[in-house]
Write a protein that binds this ligand. Structure first.
Ligand code: HEM
Length: 159
């Protein structure tokens, strides 16, 4: 009798394990903290690799905009780095390819915020934040850091 029950019990365990596996919510890819060096790896120079670009310290996956940002495309200079200043000034001058917003005019800062929300946040997924946004200069955590809200962006899952 016991011998006959063993396969039954084993089958029950398999079914139970299967059901539990189905109930576990898939965890989406966690967002990352990027150093300048890490961000540089995603500059579109290698075919098939993701392309990342930061604006205001938020790192976006702009791979779907490959026609703009890929190797030899018009805006390739903006990727693999934080190009906040270039976006604010609509400039591709090498000196503007930086996170630094020092001395930008009110209009440029407004334009930056508009492009940040209407183009980058609405079009591209967030994959992380630059160290400048998450950490203070001495390496301590930036207490004011708040993850950007985005459709499909679940803070509990992501951070
Ligand atoms: C005469 C100068 C320019 C013209 C005519 C022009 C025109 C355009 C056009 C037609 C698009 C495509 C829009 C779309 O299909 O969604 C575009 C996208 C874009 N432009 Fe320009 N552009 C110029 C200069 C610049 C400069 C100097 C920058 C420097 C930052 C810039 C940054 C961008 C970016 C980042 C995008 C892509 C945005 C995205 O990811 O959707 N553009 N531009």
């Amino acid at each position: 009798m016991l011998k006959q029950l063993v396969p039954c019990f084993a089958l029950m365990l398999v079914c139970l394990a299967d059901e539990m596996r189905l109930k576990v919510k898939p965890v989406s890819k966690p967002v990352r903290l990027f150093t300048d060096e890490e961000l540089r790896r995603y500059d579109g120079s290698e075919d098939g690799e993701p392309i990342y670009m930061a604006v205001k310290g938020v790192v976006f996956d702009v791979t779907s905009g490959k026609n703009f940002y890929g190797k030899s495309a018009s805006y390739n200079a903006l990727v693999g780095k934080d190009s906040t200043r270039a976006v604010a000034k609509m400039s591709l001058n090498p000196e503007d390819l930086t996170h630094d917003t020092t001395g930008l005019t009110k209009e440029e800062l407004e334009s930056l915020d508009r492009i940040f929300s209407e183009t980058y946040k609405s079009k591209y997924p967030i994959v992380g934040y630059t160290h400048r946004r998450i950490l203070n200069e001495d390496g301590s955590p930036n207490e004011d850091f708040k993850p950007e809200d985005q459709p499909h962006f679940n803070i509990r899952n992501e951070l």
